[in-house]
Write a protein that binds this ligand. Sequence first.
Ligand code: SF4
Ligand code: FES
Length: 251
Amino acid sequence: MAQVSSISNEQSQTAKSVTLKISRYNPEHDESSGFMEFNVQYEKWTTVLEAILDVKKHFDHSVAVRYSCRQATCGSCGMIINGKPRLACFTKISELDSNVVTVEPMNNFPVIRDLAVKFEKLFDTHQKIKPYLIRDDTELVSDEKEFLQTPEEVEQYIQFANCIKCGLCNSACPTMATDSSFVGPQALAQAYRYVADSRDKGKDSRLKIIDDSHGIWRCHFAGSCSQVCPKGVDPAMGIQLLRGYMLGFKS
Ligand code: SF4
Ligand code: FES
């Protein structure tokens, strides 16, 4: 499957061109995936998502891609770009320093079609670790009491609160590639986020959930998850700190 097409940008004198290779695959009809190629023009600030949307607009509206915010906030547009998990809306073509930009669906996720993958398992697993503050009193919802935290207490978890659930960490994880039941770095990092929050009282129930043969001990500390996170979250570190709680080094 190959096609070379061209998108011209008549208004710009500064545009360069690049070959955009888009993985095409419809599990309902195709036995395997293939690539379609398009010659697209781009400016210094053109993102990979904008180039894909140009292709949809001018050549083939059937290319399946998921996106929403276009500002690295919603976590929808993760894909493999030139071999690495990245957000398409947060990746400028000019920064890739290549004449060819190849886009493929994220690894370790079932493909719906082309670049769109199923997120159900990621969301289910995220939900399973109880991603909310657990308390057996009503102090947190009282209008009369503020639950103050020191800067040091906030520092324990705040970077992990930046997770946008894009799934790039799970896509990069070599353990997820070999064990589809592995809970994954995204959920483990979120388990740490709540366990480390001084307001939370759900540590024991969360640790019980991830203390499983497909849970926290399955991580081999490859560190790929932390390398690809677009929000500066360090899941690999969160997993190690979580192990500290499980082994009794932290309380
Ligand atoms: S930890 Fe980072 S890479 Fe993983 S889902 Fe959250 S934001 Fe995405
Ligand atoms: S479109 Fe929302 S993160 Fe890219």
